[in-house]
Design a binder for this molecule. Structure first.
Ligand code: ACO
Length: 328
């Protein structure tokens, strides 16, 4: 096991004011039921940003994380932000967040790794700290997926939610910190979960609007199979690298996409469900924000605290997947 170089000094989450329950879909003419959504996904409600921007949510999460870490924005050397739903396509969401926080001396950039964005972000931030490029880093996952969801497609619109989660990384003291990381991608499967229109290949046009191709398109069954396989592999890889097994772990915090994916991954990793943090019922799938929101909530609820061994594992469009073992 390597000596940790960076540790999580504080976490925070930022959520919109509006909650949408499964019963609210009837009000917007979507043919679905609470029973269908609950049975297939475990989701009961999600937060939807009506007035908040992605930057607002990210800033709220970041301020809480910095407060808990006991630092000010001016101390940040780097801001790494994972998102698939930035407020605007240029410049990056990270620089918009930097401006909102007043983190004047930080380098800020986005990570495009969809639901695995937080795992990728922490991995990159830790690497920058290892090479002496940063002493203090802010890693954020933020999504306003409601803006890129097709609200006429019942197979996807019931799944997603909006929100942000953040973590401040500082240089490690003693044995607290990131013990192992693992990241992988498979771009040959990119079409299974994507937003085909509105990019440089097919810029915005009437055809994009007519075909609704600016919204998320997903082959749910294929995503499901790959998510289980990849998250299981990722869990094993991070545990092996840290020379640990599932029984050593105090709490597993998986990406919150679907309770059935979570249960299968936990079973494969040999971690009982009472050691798995689940909040997909409350937030839905918040993509890059899901793991840091869950981590923040787990700490707040006392399910994890200083000294806990935590396994984080995620999977998303790309496909991208990854994991890490952290001593909090
Ligand atoms: N309400 C009611 N019925 C629905 C709904 C809905 N919201 N959505 C689809 N259906 C119907 C379909 O029309 C279909 O009807 P038919 O048999 O008459 O044609 C039926 O339900 C079955 O549809 P499937 O898509 O085959 O349903 P499945 O059992 O695969 O469940 C689901 C769909 C929940 C999306 C599942 O595939 C899944 O969870 N996949 C993982 C996807 C995921 O989590 N993606 C998130 C992004 S990626 C990530 O974060 C990992």
């Amino acid at each position: 096991m390597k000596r940790p170089l960076a540790y999580i000094a504080g976490t925070g989450r930022g959520l919109p004011a509006t909650v949408m329950t499964n019963f609210d879909f009837a009000k917007i003419g979507i043919e679905t039921t609470d029973e269908w959504i609950t049975d297939r996904t475990g989701i009961k409600q999600r937060y939807i940003a009506k007035t908040e921007s992605a930057t607002d949510l990210a800033a709220a999460a970041s301020r809480r994380a910095m407060e808990k870490a006991g630092i000010t924005a001016g101390e940040l050397d780097v801001i790494v932000l994972g998102t698939a739903s930035p407020d605007r396509l240029l410049p990056s969401a990270a620089v918009d967040l930097q401006a909102a926080l007043g983190a004047g001396r930080a380098a800020a950039f986005d990570i495009g790794a969809a639901c695995a964005g937080f795992i990728y972000g922490v991995t990159v931030a830790e690497a920058l700290m290892c090479t002496g490029n940063a002493e203090t880093a802010l890693v954020v996952g933020v999504e306003k997926l409601s803006a890129i969801t097709d609200w006429t497609d019942r197979s996807t619109c019931v799944l997603f939610g909006d929100g942000a989660g953040a973590a401040v990384l500082k240089r490690s003291k003693q044995h607290r910190g990131i013990l192992s990381t693992f990241i992988r991608s498979d771009g040959s499967l990119g079409d299974l979960l994507c937003r085909p229109g509105g990019g440089a290949r097919e810029p915005f046009s009437q055809n994009v609007l007519d075909t609704r191709s600016q919204y998320i398109k997903m082959n749910g069954r294929e995503v499901f199979k790959n998510a289980v396989r990849s998250m299981s592999e990722a869990s094993a890889r991070a545990l092996d690298a840290a020379k640990l097994t599932g029984t050593d772990i105090d709490l597993m915090i998986p990406h919150q996409a679907n309770i059935r994916i979570i249960e299968s991954t936990a079973k494969y990793a040999n971690i009982p469900m009472d050691k798995v943090f689940v909040d997909v019922d409350k937030y839905g799938n918040t993509s890059a924000a899901s793991i840091p929101i869950a981590l923040d909530e787990a700490i707040e609820q006392g399910r994890a605290g200083e000294g806990s061994l935590v396994l984080l594992v995620g999977f998303g469009a790309g496909f991208t997947w990854g994991s890490m073992v952290v001593r909090l």
